[in-house]
Design a protein around this ligand. Structure first.
Ligand code: B12
Ligand code: SF4
Ligand code: SF4
Length: 342
């Protein structure tokens, strides 16, 4: 019986510190058609892998033959379960203020698998978290972990949306049919209204090309001139559409307040980024999601922040990048912004 199997799995999950989980049948995702039309409309920008993932996302058995179910977990990152102790003053999304979940969450899920394999030696299990062609938000909703908010994040009324999603695909049949979470966004539009770049075109439709998270993490280009001023002081990722959400305010209250950074620290960190070699940047961010961005992209992000904060004392550092093969135009723009403030 699925329920007996679920209880065994739940005992292992709880023991290994997973307290929010659910089970879903591995069938074609409910939102697959929407996903494909979203890509066709160009909203994915340069994230070409989202298109190549379509066959495996539509048909989970291509990722794990004979897979029947997914054990899906949610792991909060406020406070971050593996906080980093390096000092960094530039505005960084909360999920990235600690060790990279692609490593530790996957490792923890592998421990669950080790235990399950002992009980079910003839079944197959594979763990993923943002590391494979899986439509994770769709899966989380179908596993009963929340609803899709108007900002496109999965959230629930007790824990908000600031959690990672991870999953174990298995040939074991453990899923039971669930009633989906009620949508509790109601008439609220705070996330849509607060987005500085108007990236949320309509409820649950995001143009990634306008999203600060894309522009500072995933994009392989420099941001278009009209969006640069709207990025403000965001250095890596963005949490605005989540921090304004009443369900996150309720769940995290004062924990959402940003610590005030001293101007001196901000200047020092920006100077470091602009002067550092590729290997120095890699070494500095080792183990954190910030390492996923190449060194040139760190310099790109720094140039935008410097321009928006009009940090004229970094003029010399910016000037040096005016001949950079990928950043010359952006550096010149940045220079114009800071010199116009002189
Ligand atoms: C590409 C990507 C991005 C892109 C595009 C995001 C987007 N909204 O499309 C960018 C770089 C902008 C991004 C940003 C962020 N991301 Co991201 N991202 C991904 C990734 C790799 C793929 C998402 C994707 O396919 N997007 C395309 C759109 C069309 O799909 P979608 O957002 O998944 O939306 C689906 C659901 O909303 C579903 N849906 C809508 N209505 C309904 C109704 C029902 C009933 C059902 C079943 C489904 C459903 O349909 C959509 C299409 O299938 C996933 C990991 C993964 N493998 O899934 C992480 C993931 C979505 N990201 C995550 C996070 C944490 C973030 C950030 C918060 C990071 C940050 N602070 O900077 C921001 C949030 C910005 C935002 N408002 O979404 C988490 C989300 C956790 C959560 N609670 O929702 C994920 C799941 C990674 C993880 N394993 O934890 N991300
Ligand atoms: S993450 Fe920031 S830029 Fe992206 S949709 Fe949310 S508020 Fe807008
Ligand atoms: S801010 Fe409002 S509309 Fe946006 S996700 Fe939260 S409850 Fe839904």
């Amino acid at each position: 019986m699925s329920v007996d199997k679920q209880n065994k799995i739940i005992a292992i999950l709880e023991e290994l510190n997973f307290h929010r989980y659910g089970f879903a049948k591995l069938s074609k995702p409910v939102s697959m058609d929407y996903y494909m039309s979203w890509i066709e409309s160009g909203y994915a920008g340069s994230m070409k892998y989202l298109k190549t993932h379509i066959p495996m996302k539509s048909d989970p058995q291509q990722l794990l033959p004979k897979a029947q179910s997914a054990i899906v977990v949610a792991m909060s990152y406020v406070p971050h379960p593996h906080a980093e102790d390096f000092e960094f003053s530039l505005k960084t999304a909360r999920y990235a203020q600690g060790y990279d979940y692609h490593f530790w969450l996957k490792k923890q899920l592998d421990k669950v698998i080790e235990r399950l394999q002992g009980i079910y030696p003839h079944e197959t299990f594979r763990a993923f978290t943002d590391s494979a062609p899986v439509l994770e938000r769709d899966l989380a909703v179908r596993a009963g972990l929340g609803w899709v908010g108007k900002n496109t994040c999965v959230l629930d009324q007790k824990s908000g949306s600031m959690f990672f999603i991870g999953e174990i695909y298995t040939t074991l049949d453990v899923a039971i049919t669930l009633e989906l979470h009620a949508d509790r966004c109601g008439t609220c539009t705070r996330c849509i209204d607060a987005c500085p770049t108007q990236a949320i075109l309509e409820p649950r439709k995001l143009d990634a090309r306008r999203c600060i998270s894309y522009l500072t993490i995933e994009s392989k280009e420099v941001p278009p001139p009209e969006l640069r001023p709207l990025i403000g002081n965001h250095y890596f990722g963005c949490d605005i559409c989540q921090t304004v959400c009443p369900w996150n305010q309720k769940a995290f209250a004062s924990q959402l307040q940003e610590p005030l950074q001293s101007q001196e620290d901000v200047l020092e960190d920006l100077k470091f980024i602009l002067n550092a070699s590729n290997s120095q940047i890699e070494q500095y961010f080792k183990g954190t999601p910030l390492m996923r961005a190449p060194a040139w992209a760190h310099k790109r992000n720094a140039l935008v922040v410097i321009a928006n904060l009009k940090l004229k004392s970094l003029r010399l550092e910016v000037e040096k990048l005016c001949t950079h093969p990928r950043l010359s135009e952006l550096a010149q723009w940045s220079l114009t912004q800071i010199t116009s403030a002189l």
